[in-house]
Write a protein that binds this ligand. Structure first.
Ligand SMILES: *Cc1c(COP(=O)(O)O)cnc(C)c1O
Length: 442
C-alpha cells in the first residue's frame, strides 16, 4: 500500500495480490514488535506506559497531526490511551484502507458511529445534506431526528435521477450521501456519474464550500465494489456485516482522503465512539483475511438461490444484481467488480411475495417468514447481513417498519418484500428450507 512505502526501500509486498495483503497486512509492523507471533496478539490495555514526561508531551503533540511533518518526529506512534489509538486498531485501519483503495481509514465503535463521524467532520450549523430517499433506518433517524437540532438539514431525493439530485443542491450543500446497493431493494446508484457531477459543481466552488460525496458501501463490501476508485470521496462500512463476517462484534470504519485522518481521529477522541481493541482483533485476524473467499462463495450461492426463487410462481419479483433480469444489470456489471475485475454482484437478495393487494402481500410475507423462523435449519430470522449464516428478514414489519406502509411503497419497499442475506451454506441447503416454507404457506 502506498502509505507504508519508505523512499529507497522496496516494499516486499509489491507484486502480490490484494487478497494476500488482506491476509498478511504489513507483517512486521513498526507499530508493535510482535514479529515472532504468527498473528498480532490482542491488545488489551486501556492506557500505556510512558518513559518520561517528555515522551508523553511528544505523544500529545503528535496526536492527530499526521499530516504535519514538522510536529511528528517519532518514527513509531507513541501510544498514550486507547481512545486516542492502539496497535490492533492501527493495523486494522491500514488493512481496511488498503481493501478500499483509500488513503486512510479510521475505525469506530459501530457503523453508526462511523456514519456520524464522517458527517460530523463535513458539516456544521447551516450545512445541508442531499441524501438518497432510501437509507438504512438509523441513518435516516440520525438525519431527521438529530441533525435538525444542529441546524443541519437534509433533502431526500432519488439518486437514480441525477437531475433531481442536482436540483436539490444549494450553496449550503456540503454532502451527497448514498448507499449502493440500497437497503433493502438493492437499487444501485451510478457512483461514477455522481462523482463526475460533483466534480463539475465543485470546479465553481471554493475549498470551504466544496461538496463531498459519501457512500455507505456495507451491502457490497470492499470485495464487490470500491467507490473511491470511481471518484467518491468517503466510504463507510459497518464492520459488523461482511467485513467482520462472523457476527461476533460491532464496529464501523470511514475510509477517505489523507487530510481527513486527523479530523476523524479528533472526532473519535472527543465524541468517544472508539472501536474496542478486542473487537478490532477478530476483524483483523479473521474477518478481513477471509473476506474474499467468503464473498466469492456467498455470491455463487446467492446466484443459485436467486435463480431458484425466479422459478417459483408465488414470487412476483426477484432482485439480485447478478440476474440478467436485474433492472440495472448494465450498471451492476460496470460498478460491482472484485479485485481481479470479475463481476461481483454480492450476497444480498430481495424478493416479493405476490398478493392481491398490499395488505395481502404483507400477510403472505409474514406467514412465510414465521414458517422459516419455526422450521428452517439453514436460514435464521434475524437482522444483519454478510454473516456466515444465511439470515432472512421482512423489511415491511422489521427494519423499515418505522416508515408508514404507503411511504414504503413509494420508496419501492413492497409490503410483501423479503430480504435474504446469503451465508456460507451450500445453495441446496438454503433452497431446501425456502422450498419447504414456500410449499407450506402457499
Ligand atoms: C448495519 C448497517 C449500518 C449500521 O451499522 P452498525 O454496525 O449496526 O452500527 C449502516 N448501514 C448499513 C447499510 C447497514 O447495513
Amino acid at each position: 500500500m502506498e502509505k507504508s512505502k519508505k523512499p529507497g526501500k522496496p516494499d516486499v509486498r509489491d507484486g502480490y495480490s490484494t487478497e494476500a495483503h488482506l491476509i498478511y497486512g504489513r507483517m512486521h509492523d513498526p507499530n508493535w514488535d510482535y514479529s515472532h507471533h504468527l498473528l498480532p496478539p490482542i491488545s488489551s490495555s486501556a492506557t500505556f506506559r510512558l518513559d518520561s514526561a517528555q515522551r508523553g508531551a511528544q505523544g500529545f503533540t503528535e496526536f492527530a497531526h499526521s499530516s504535519d511533518e514538522l510536529k511528528v518526529t517519532s518514527r513509531a506512534p507513541i501510544y498514550i490511551y486507547d481512545r486516542l489509538g492502539e496497535p490492533n486498531k492501527d493495523m486494522l485501519e491500514e488493512n481496511l484502507a488498503y481493501a478500499e483503495g483509500g488513503d486512510t481509514a479510521v475505525t469506530y465503535a459501530s457503523g453508526m458511529a462511523a456514519i456520524s463521524a464522517v458527517l460530523g467532520i463535513l458539516t456544521g450549523s447551516g450545512s445541508e445534506i442531499v441524501a438518497d430517499k432510501v437509507l438504512y433506518g438509523c441513518t435516516y433517524s440520525l438525519l431527521t431526528n438529530w441533525y435538525p437540532r444542529l441546524k443541519v438539514q437534509t433533502r431526500f431525493v432519488d439518486f437514480s435521477n441525477l437531475a433531481e439530485v442536482k436540483r436539490n443542491i444549494t450553496k449550503h450543500t456540503r454532502v451527497l450521501y448514498m448507499e449502493s446497493p440500497v437497503n433493502p431493494t438493492l437499487r444501485l446508484t451510478d457512483l461514477k456519474a455522481v462523482a463526475a457531477m460533483t466534480a463539475e459543481i465543485n470546479s465553481g466552488r471554493t475549498e470551504e464550500t466544496r461538496i463531498y460525496t459519501v457512500v455507505d458501501s456495507t451491502f457490497a463490501s470492499p470485495f464487490c465494489q470500491r467507490p473511491i476508485s470511481l471518484g467518491i470521496d468517503f466510504v463507510v462500512h459497518s464492520l459488523t456485516k461482511a467485513i467482520g463476517g462472523f457476527g461476533t462484534d460491532i464496529g464501523g470504519v470511514v475510509i477517505g482522503p489523507r487530510w481527513s485522518r486527523d479530523m476523524l481521529m479528533l472526532y473519535r477522541k472527543d465524541y468517544g465512539g472508539v472501536l474496542s481493541a478486542k473487537s478490532a482483533w477478530p476483524v483483523l485476524v479473521q474477518g478481513l483475511p477471509s473476506l474474499a473467499v467468503r464473498m466469492r462463495q456467498m455470491q455463487k450461492t446467492a446466484m443459485t438461490v436467486a435463480e431458484f426463487l425466479m422459478t417459483r410462481p408465488e414470487i412476483g419479483c426477484v432482485r439480485y444484481p447478478g440476474l440478467a433480469s436485474f433492472p440495472q444489470a448494465e450498471l451492476a456489471h460496470r460498478q460491482m467488480v472484485d479485485y481481479e475485475g470479475n463481476f461481483a454482484p454480492g450476497a444480498m437478495i430481495f424478493f416479493v411475495l405476490k398478493g392481491d393487494n398490499p395488505q395481502a402481500s404483507l400477510k403472505c410475507a409474514e406467514r412465510f417468514i414465521n414458517h422459516v423462523a419455526e422450521h428452517a435449519y439453514c436460514i435464521t430470522l434475524a437482522v444483519s447481513l454478510g454473516n456466515i449464516r444465511t439470515l432472512i428478514e421482512h423489511p415491511g414489519s422489521m427494519t423499515h417498519s418505522a416508515i408508514p406502509a404507503e411511504d414504503q411503497i413509494m420508496k419501492g419497499i413492497d409490503p410483501g418484500g423479503i430480504r435474504l442475506a446469503i451465508g456460507l451454506e451450500q445453495p441446496e441447503d438454503v433452497i431446501r428450507d425456502l422450498r419447504h416454507s414456500l410449499d407450506c404457506t402457499h
